[in-house]
Design a protein around this ligand. Sequence first.
Ligand code: PMP
Length: 400
Amino acid sequence: RFEGITMAPPDPILGVSEAFKADTHGNKLNLGVGAYRTEELQPYVLDVVKKVEKHMLERGDNKEYLPIEGLAAFNKATAELLFGADNPVIKQQRVATIQGLSGTGSLRVAATLIERYFPGAKVLISSPTWGNHKNIFNDARVPWSEYRYYDPKTVGLDFEGMMSDIKAAPEGSFVLLHGCAHNPTGIDPTPEQWEKIADVIQEKNHIPFFDVAYQGFASGSLDADAASVRLFAARGLELLVAQSYSKNLGLYAERIGAINIVCSSADAATRVKSQLKRIARPMYSNPPVHGARIVANIVGDPALFNEWKAEMEMMAGRIKNVRQKLYDSLSAKDRSGKDWSFILEQIGMFSFTGLSKVQSDNMTDKWHVYMTKDGRISLAGLSLAKCEYLADAIIDSFHN
Ligand code: PMP
């Protein structure tokens, strides 16, 4: 009976890692998946995480089920990190927060809430966006369409296009926004542009839906990276925010994140939370405890919290250094007069190189540089030592 099942295509992002593993070339470089590596290109477990895990082991924390909504101390900490503890939305208990299976699982639960309570409502997603967004809304049977975001001519934001597409969408649509460090482009709106985006969303009665996968990882500051979300919350808007601790705490495989829904009253938040739990129960019953405890223990202890911030700054700083070095190498080597400054202007883990699919194939086939076919490279997987090699590969591929 399973004979009729056809082969699924490899995932465009995670499939890159599989191909990388199979390559035996000495200079191979994996810039596909967005995971932080050390200068030696090794995976990195934060010291503060190791320290907290040791405490947890010594204390002998048990492995009983969490409630459906997750660990209470985590849910409190995560909403406060996002909005700031003094934010009126927190004080007035207007946020429904449940722990999720990292960013992806949180987005998926929210998508089902949309499907169930806003039948027919459309989600607007940026063009381009993180590849999994479309899968998530497709699986949840939520219709979506794209708004213009990236302008290949300027290698920057197509702000006019974005505004007019959001304006043209049916009233009451959900607008998916990357809170900071847009994936894959690394291009974020300026604070003035965020205000204008909020204006048009408000005018059209749309509902903002933030995906925050890089808080603290873009600028090195948790507060600065939450500015977009806080700007919308300060206008008294209802909104959704999916959070992830994969990148900023390096907890990729622990699957720790949350979905936060800001409602217009505490009463509505209570009802919304009850529905989120109802959605989660048949999907996965209750979330894993380990990552939730790590986050709650770190955020709950001022000394550990400071250690985390310092390590986050260190990671964000290493990526900025690599960005600079790659720009310097490209500018020094390239004889064509091409302006590479877009690399310095982009923020976060990724750089959108503008390499076409054919050129990206050349990167992999000839240079053993693994990357997604949309021209995105993860600078978190690059070392200072490999910048020159990468610059050679990029120049060769561009002029190829
Ligand atoms: N959203 C965006 C934009 C991302 O880049 C990622 C991670 N690549 C995620 C969500 C979710 O990742 P995770 O499920 O590991 O938290």
